[in-house]
Design a protein around this ligand. Structure first.
Ligand code: SF4
Length: 359
């Protein structure tokens, strides 16, 4: 059992802001060229090697962007992490840079998994990410399956793609992908003006995710820790117009589930507790959706920052949450999205406005 006061299990590193896509909701507000303040190759290697100071087992380094394939020296960075036994996963953009040769390179260098984004059916996915990106993603899924690498699909939930969720679930099952990470939009980066889900949509969709787990698939949420409350509460007697509609569509596509519910025995992590984010310029934040720079890996060792930063220490103690999240029975297990609290109230300790327990 990992002590989250001592080390995270996941370190997200935004290698670069550069990306060939320009997705409408991009957290990183990615752009065509890298920013001048991006960590240099040498600074990146120093940071990567410093992860060993956490001690074994080392946290998993998740390389994101922008597009990780646009990071200068990315292959050497992965090679060096591998030589130092630091586990790496990659989250690249679906572009031609993600070639068969790159996939083979990942495999040879023990990359644990690749995650690709798929945000619904072709219309919605291409509306969000650009024409042709859906087809590219479907081809990449086949290619990654061909090289027998572990693949995870990430989906951002927004108002316009809610009813696509059962289709994405079917696509995962048809392609034998058993890890689905469902992101609940935070109004940050290019998503700042996006229309948020209502409180009830959050609740209904999370209940549906619990139902969807019966299809023998691991489902994790990002910025929606209320799923843990809902798992505890169960959904046997849950009904709502949206939930029932999602369930009916799912059964229509996949038949009734076998009720082989797979729970990921994880790790009750939340922003700053068990996970940490390092941005393209080395700034450290509790999460990639929470743009508050607490320190920088150019000035301080990541281990020292994670263990000793006052705000991170405060975030790991649920007694510091305000309003309903402070007094809730699930305040440690769930704790609410600190990123959403910040995006709504400019206060990382405030309640998560997406939870019905918080009204
Ligand atoms: S009130 Fe806060 S801690 Fe409790 S379940 Fe809701 S979001 Fe989680």
């Amino acid at each position: 059992m990992i002590n989250y006061n001592e080390k995270p299990i996941l370190i997200f590193y935004e290698t670069t802001k550069a990306c060939g896509l320009a997705c409408r909701h991009c957290r990183a507000s990615a752009m065509e060229f890298p920013l001048n303040d991006e960590l240099s190759y040498g600074e990146t290697i120093n940071f990567v090697k410093s992860i060993k100071d956490f001690g074994k087992p080392y946290p998993v380094l998740i390389l994101t962007g922008g597009d990780v394939m646009r990071k200068n020296g990315i292959k050497n960075i992965i090679k060096i992490a591998n030589e130092n036994n630091i586990p790496v996963s990659v989250s690249p953009a679906a572009t031609t840079l993600l070639s068969k040769e790159s996939l083979n390179f990942f495999k040879e260098n023990n990359v644990l998994s690749i995650s690709l984004s798929l945000d619904g059916n072709e219309n919605n996915h291409d509306w969000l990410r650009g024409n042709g990106v859906y087809d590219k993603t479907i081809n990449l899924i086949k290619e990654i399956n061909n090289v027998k690498m572990k693949l995870q699909i990430n989906t951002v939930v927004m108002k316009r793609n809610i009813m696509d969720l059962p289709d994405v679930l079917k696509l995962l099952i048809d392609n034998k992908i058993n890890i689905w990470e469902v992101f609940f939009l935070i109004k940050t980066g290019r998503a700042i003006d996006a229309e948020d889900l209502t409180l009830y949509e959050h609740e209904d969709i999370n209940h549906w995710l619990l139902f969807a787990m019966n299809y023998n698939i691991i489902i994790r949420t990002v910025e929606s820790p209320i799923l843990r409350r809902i798992i505890d509460q169960g959904n046997e007697n849950y009904h709502s117009y949206l939930y029932d509609k999602l369930v009916d569509k799912t059964i229509g596509l996949l038949g009734k589930p076998e009720n082989k519910r797979l729970y990921l025995k994880s790790a009750e992590t939340r922003d700053g507790k068990g996970i940490i984010f390092v941005s393209h310029n080395g700034d450290v934040s509790p999460s990639g959706f929470l743009p508050v720079a607490l320190d920088n890996v150019k000035n301080n060792n990541i281990v020292d920052i994670y263990r000793n930063n006052t705000i991170l220490k405060k975030l790991r103690n649920p007694e510091n949450f305000e309003g309903p999240c402070g007094s809730c029975n699930w305040n440690d297990k769930c704790g609410g999205s600190r990123s959403r609290a910040y995006s709504y109230y400019n206060n990382i300790f405030a309640k998560d406005p997406a939870c019905i327990n918080s009204v």
